[in-house]
Ligand binder design. Structure first.
Ligand SMILES: *Cc1c(COP(=O)(O)O)cnc(C)c1O
Length: 334
């Protein structure tokens, strides 16, 4: 079977046009502290500035806006309780479409409240993520609702790729882009956009040591699952889908290197962002910073961009830590 290559770069340009009503260009700001530390020019691309506090708005908006009027009229559904669930809810509400987020009865109340705040209609289905997924597929087959996938979808990938276009526009001299990696929609999209213009820009992925399904799947060459762990970077948990069609292949093509971080390293990156840079982030958005601080990355180029992917986490875990190491703080003043 001859499979035609998805025309991702063109789709990214189309996405940029399409999502304009929902997505303003996000800020690119220099980090003086990290620039001094690394002797490079380090920038943050603040995806935290999106209306839902994370980049997932781009992919969800592009997917939903690319549906036909008839498809739209039947509504959309997802079983993501994280940033993707928020994004789908937000876009559907703005367009006046029905959106159902299927959740298991184990999902914590804060997540339910956050989803409700963005206009989601919630449906409690069973007591596992699998049950919630099952209910989504039922809504699709029985009522013709469209499932909006969180990453493995050409329109979703293209939507996330619009970040790459903004970057090339704001910083054409970019040498190196460091991207949080889970299902790979974010990295595949940005990587495709940037490499279609300049294949020499280095694309690095960063994820959780011992809990990166993408890392294991790349090693094996097919999708594998990994156990989940307790982490500040919970937006990076989850598999890549047993029938992954796009992101595994695209990540293999566009990613130059991958770095896996321990929990203390992620915590250090998040602390740095919140307390030193005064940039509000969730753990997943701080892994690029963490990788730089741990000097895990080879940095051949001059200009480095860290994708700061979202801010919808719980920072109370960090507050507890800040109260403890008084010695460290004294040391830092000397
Ligand atoms: C979803 C998400 C990621 C990972 O994106 P993928 O496309 O799944 O690789 C990173 N950071 C945040 C904040 C996210 O919500």
């Amino acid at each position: 079977m001859v499979q035609s290559e998805p025309k991702i770069p063109k789709k990214i340009w189309q996405a940029r046009q399409r999502i304009q009503p929902f997505v303003q260009k996000t800020p690119l700001i220099p980090s003086t502290i990290l620039s001094n530390l690394t002797n490079k020019k380090v920038y943050f691309k603040l995806e935290t500035a999106n209306a839902i506090g994370a980049f997932k708005l781009r992919g969800a908006a592009n997917k939903i806006l690319s549906l036909s009027k008839e498809e739209q009229s039947k509504g959309v559904t997802t079983f993501s309780t994280g940033n993707h669930g928020l994004a789908v809810s937000y876009v559907a509400k703005a367009l006046g479409l029905k959106a159902v987020v299927c959740v298991s009865n184990r999902v914590p109340q804060e997540k339910i409240d956050a989803l409700a705040q963005f206009g989601a209609e919630l449906e409690i289905a069973g007591d596992s993520q699998d049950d919630a997924g099952e209910r989504c597929r039922e809504l699709e087959s029985k009522y013709g609702m469209t499932i909006v996938p969180p990453f493995d979808d050409q329109e979703v990938i293209a939507g996330q790729g619009t970040i790459g276009l903004e970057l090339l526009n704001d910083l054409p001299q970019v040498d190196h882009c460091i991207i949080p990696l889970s299902g790979g929609g974010l990295l595949a999209g940005i990587g495709a956009a940037i490499k279609s213009v300049d294949p020499d820009v280095r694309i690095s992925g960063v994820s959780i040591k011992g809990a990166s399904a993408m890392s294991e799947s790349l090693k094996k060459g097919y999708p594998v699952d990994v156990a989940e762990t307790d982490t500040l970077a919970d937006s990076l948990l989850g598999g890549i889908g047993a029938h992954n069609q796009y992101t595994l292949r695209m990540v293999r093509e566009v990613m130059d290197d991958l770095h896996l971080l321990t929990e203390p390293e992620i915590r250090r990156g998040m602390s740095h962002m919140v307390f030193k840079e005064q940039v509000m982030v969730e753990g997943a958005a701080a892994v690029g910073t963490a990788a730089l601080l741990e000097e895990k990355l080879e940095q051949p180029g001059e200009s480095i961009v860290l994708i700061v992917s979202g801010k919808n986490g719980d920072i109370s875990a960090l507050r507890e830590e800040q109260d403890q190491p008084l010695e460290d703080k004294k040391g830092a003043c000397l």
